[in-house]
Design a protein around this ligand. Sequence first.
Ligand code: KG4
Length: 336
Amino acid sequence: MTEYILAIESSCDDTSAAVIDSSFRILSNAVASQQVHSEYGGVVPELASRAHQSNIIPTVDKALRSCGIKKEDLSAVAFTRGPGLLGSLLVGVSFAKSFAQSLQLPLIDVNHLEAHILAHFIKDSEDAQQPQFPFLCLLVSGGNTQIVLVKSPFDFQIIGKTIDDAAGEAIDKAAKLLSLPYPGGPHIDRLAKNGNSSALKFSASNLPGYDYSFSGLKTSILYTLRDKLKDNPRFIEDNLEDIAASVQFAVVSSLMKKFSLAVKDTGVQTIAIAGGVSANSLLKEQVKALGEQYNCRVFIPKLQYSTDNAAMIAAAALFKYQKKAFATLDLTPYTR
Ligand code: KG4
């Protein structure tokens, strides 16, 4: 018998609800994004939790209606427990608990970062492939940068991570210096397509092992632009595409340096990227080339599964559902 799980994601500034069936098929994935933050240049936590409160019921309703699954057809309710913004998480956690309780359904708590990685198990076409364990995943988002050795759906070994800023944060901060809207990643990507990536050279830290540091690169971008603006106050406007291409190249080169090393050392046969920054065109291109170099299978998420979404929460939840690893009503969200 086919079973259905409803999953809810509310860790940051997207309210999302999805329905998955027991063969990892996504039947619906509704996302309500919050425009309210754009004028502040970043996510305002209090505004995010209020918007989640307004969005959660219509979003769940939309997810159920669009695939024709009734509340009574569900077998479990899953939700993002963390990491994320506390106020935002609380909205999803509280809703999931009361919804599940009212229907007498089991609850499944999901770690948001593990879900980004497990999004690769979504089967949204007949010929969709799933990664084989173990695989190495570069998880890159606005808040995290990690190299994760994924040994099973329940065994994630973080072998490298950023010691300061995340890659997405560095890109977003550079974009802010260029007066681009938040989040800056997609704008940098778009502008970089027509720019010269060797126009500007930024200095980046190189830590031992597989760890990352992006704060030095961020400062180097700031100081380089400051110096150029002294000579030409219109430097940014005149060179926007070249600056974007140079920033993108610097961040992606840093990411690839450690990821390539980890792929070589671990000898894995499958590699993947996940998280919002995995939408970046240069990163995707370079990860594909890395796969060819080491003869690895490469998994790159579709755009709708790289940014925050409940479909990935549903995929992670299905693994837990199969093991009957259910959550209790007394659990609380975690921010880190
Ligand atoms: O995983 P995600 O959606 O959410 C959080 O971490 O909250 O990641 C968001 C990050 C932002 O930093 C955004 O600028 C970045 O992903 N991003 C990109 C691109 N699309 C989104 N960065 C580079 N190139 C892109 N095309």
